[in-house]
Ligand binder design. Structure first.
Ligand code: HEC
Ligand code: HEC
Length: 292
């Protein structure tokens, strides 16, 4: 009896030691990867100053999800705080105290948005540039015009803390947006503009807004990096949207109601997505119906 107990204890000791070694390796490797810098060439984007372009920039900022993490006043906010995952806050994008705007050129803003690379080449953490890498010069420039015009707000978002579970998931490749810069082709040639129209090309362009949560194939499932209490994202390919007419799809994005009338969980950011134009939503629906 005593012998078995001793063996058991020994086994347990070895297991604990192995876990400690594994976590040590995870911390070492992830810290190194997070500290890696990226060289990105400057991509010139147009400079817009008209009120119409600024208004369009604001609409893009809201409807492409930027406000979900940076706040509707652009002052930054904590969007994920969880003992296991850690704490993540979007930066204060204004020129106020704690904000980054005054010390960033347009090149640096473009690099952050489309490449996930910050000033001095460091990789931005949990900034989902994977979803924004295909954004046209025109859209990026309008968002920058809006940022430049927005009022300065004093706010110092708390420092980021990468929790143990986030590090393990990142280590295992389960959170692609954790360090988007690692997965983006930084030499890709950006498109100048994408013409709005109810067609598949435009629908595919708009669908990039949805891939961060609904996954790359748009088949849904657990959201990468999300805490366990978040519901899985729905399948929004043709199979998932079987019960939807175009009209009902527009209603879903505008009012947060499914085709059967039930409420969509507010984790699905329909309030901000409702700022999409009819053309964007119709093109999106047309494209999604061709998938799966
Ligand atoms: C899922 C949350 C999330 C979304 C959505 C998001 N961001 Fe971010 N963003 C972050 C985080 C977190 C950082 C800070 C990362 C760091 O400092 O390592 C950041 C950093 C930035 C920076 C760089 C700040 C600097 O230090 O230079 C810019 C610019 C930026 N975001 C703009 C945008 C724009 C524009 C959009 C929408 C097109 C957007 N973000 C959408 C989370 C997000
Ligand atoms: C921040 C994450 C997030 C983003 C970004 C997001 N969604 Fe969702 N979406 C969800 C979640 C989570 C659900 C499931 C909600 C529920 O079960 O009530 C959902 C559900 C939906 C539904 C309801 C489908 C059904 O009948 O169950 C539709 C339609 C939808 N999303 C479309 C979109 C489109 C289109 C985009 C991009 C323009 C988008 N979503 C972007 C998280 C997201």
């Amino acid at each position: 009896m005593k012998k078995i107990f001793k063996r058991l204890l020994q086994g347990l000791g070895i297991l604990v030691a192995l876990i400690a070694v594994f976590l040590g390796v995870v911390y070492f490797v992830t810290s190194r990867r997070m500290a890696k810098t990226f060289a990105v060439k400057d991509h010139p984007v147009p400079v817009y100053t008209s009120l119409a372009d600024i208004a369009e920039g604001k609409r893009l900022f809201l409807s492409r999800g930027c406000a979900d993490c940076h706040g509707e006043n652009l002052a930054g906010k904590v969007f994920l705080e969880d003992g296991a995952m850690g704490r993540y806050a979007g930066s204060n994008l204004t020129a106020g105290r704690g904000g980054i705007l005054a010390s960033r050129s347009d090149f640096e803003l473009e690099k952050a948005i489309r490449h996930g690379v910050g000033k001095d080449g460091r990789a931005l953490v949990f900034m989902p540039s994977l979803d924004f890498q295909g954004m046209s010069n025109q859209d990026v420039a309008r968002i920058i015009a809006y940022m430049r015009s927005a009022p300065a707000v004093d706010n110092e978002p708390p420092a980021m803390k990468a929790g143990p579970v986030a590090r393990v998931l990142y280590f295992l490749g389960k959170i692609p947006v954790f360090i988007s810069a690692e997965r983006i082709d930084h030499t890709a040639q950006p498109v100048a503009e994408v013409k709005p129209g109810v067609d598949l090309e435009y629908g595919k362009y708009i669908a990039q807004t949805c891939t961060g949560c609904h996954n790359h194939q748009l088949t849904g499932g657990p959201i990468q990096g999300a805490p366990p209490e978040w519901p899985p994202a729905s399948n929004i390919t043709n199979a998932g949207l079987k019960g939807y007419t175009e009209e009902q799809f527009i209603t879903a994005l505008r009012t947060g109601k499914r085709s059967d009338g039930s409420a969509i969980n507010p984790i699905m950011p329909w309030k901000n997505l409702s700022k999409m134009t009819d053309t964007e939503i119709k093109a999106l629906f047309k494209y999604l119906k061709t998938l799966g």
